[in-house]
Design a protein around this ligand. Structure first.
Ligand code: CP3
Length: 339
């Protein structure tokens, strides 16, 4: 049994497992080298290359889990939504009307994303048996931000105003995305993903009432569809501190916590049934070694002794991060937490 999966199930483990959001990516010279020759979409659509990039950080570091190399927008691209990455996702015909929502097809994993399922099978064949692979998808509201807005933004005004100006259209879109992501994640688990994570990168844009009215039901719909699978479920809501009371009611195993919310407070709100994943500030990787060690200690202390902590950053690793700092982080977490 893997340490990561044990921690997800809130079982006692010999040390705190760690993986890093965006661990496969631009801070790694070997990723940049490959990326200089191959564009991002080709990487995500070619199973041999997606598997190679997934495994790159595992060759370098004693990480406790792999995460599939893909993007939250990849399944939508597979469903026929015209989009490009520059480097963030750009949707050429943003979705604004009921008719456009209705034209989105239901996701058929083996037709729309066969390359993702093949990547997962390939990764599982190439990985050590005790190292688990995390599958993932974007949460409905976060996908909606890009689909309605058409491009990366700080405010996502088009998506947020849709909640007020066209609430029925927004709900229709969120429900459709929820069903698509449930089918997508189920197919990932069937192909071999051993834990499933939903990324809610833009949770911080929603007040608790908007979250409850629109997104909570869509997220619940995804997780309820997946609960019958024997796979840990993780929900990461970036800047979601004010949403944790609602998140505590979801049928999930682990909540991802960003660095703004101390883990002891998150645990108090989530209760003993849900584990926590996080939450070192990505900026802390720029600290001198002794300072980084202290920061790691702080996160471990805040997580406490109860089972159910997976170490991670509070959000994705920055491309400017030194690969040596990542090595120190992982060694530190393992050394300071070993019981
Ligand atoms: O290692 C991993 O975590 C797996 C790979 C992964 C990517 N995207 C690869 C990627 C994962 C899990 C994602 C999820 C993702 N994509 C999220 C949710 C997580 C988060 O960080 O909040 C979001 C919001 C996106 C949308 C997206 N895709 C953006 C904003 C960008 C551009 C800038 C950026 O953050 O990297 C992308 C493109 C993208 N996705 C890249 C990578 C490695 C860069 C593409 C390149 O190499 O040019």
């Amino acid at each position: 049994m893997s340490v990561f999966l044990g921690a997800c199930r809130r079982e006692p483990v010999p040390y705190t497992p760690i993986w890093i959001m965006r661990q496969a990516g631009r801070y790694l010279p070997e990723y940049r080298e490959l990326r200089a020759r191959v564009d991002f979409v080709t990487l995500t659509r070619t199973p041999e290359l997606a598997a190679e990039v997934t495994l790159q950080p595992l060759r370098r570091y004693p990480l406790d889990a792999a995460i599939l190399f893909s993007d939250i927008m990849t399944p939508l691209q597979g469903m026929g939504v015209p989009l490009v990455f520059e480097p963030g996702p750009i949707v050429s015909q943003p979705i604004r009307t009921d008719a456009q929502v209705d034209r989105l097809p239901a996701l058929q994993p083996s037709d729309h994303v066969p390359f993702v399922l093949e990547s997962i099978r390939l990764i599982r064949r190439s990985m050590p048996r005790d190292l688990p692979l995390i599958g993932f998808a974007g949460a409905p509201f976060t996908l909606m931000c890009y689909l309605v807005g058409g491009k990366p933004s700080k405010e996502f005004a088009a998506a947020r105003s849709m909640l007020y100006a066209q609430p029925d259209t927004a709900r229709r879109l969120l429900d459709k995305l929820a069903d698509a992501m449930a089918a997508y994640l189920r197919a990932q688990a069937q192909a071999g993903a051993q834990a499933l994570m939903l990324f809610e990168s833009w949770a911080g844009l929603l007040g608790p009432a908007e979250f409850r009215t629109f997104e909570l039901r869509a997220v619940r719909r995804v997780f309820e569809a997946l609960r019958p699978l024997d796979v840990p479920l993780i929900y990461y809501a970036n800047q979601g501190a004010t949403l944790l009371e609602d998140i505590a009611g979801l049928p999930i195993d682990v909540a991802g916590i960003d660095w703004r919310m101390p883990l002891d407070r998150a645990r108090a709100m989530l209760g003993p049934r849900i584990g926590v994943q996080g939450n070192l500030d990505p900026a802390a990787l720029f600290a001198p070694p002794e300072m980084l060690e202290r920061q790691v200690g702080e996160v471990l202390r805040s997580a406490g002794d109860a089972p159910g902590h997976i170490f991670n950053l509070g959000h994705g690793i920055w491309p400017e991060t030194s690969p040596d700092a990542v090595a120190r982080l992982i060694d530190n977490v393992h050394a300071q937490s070993s019981r």
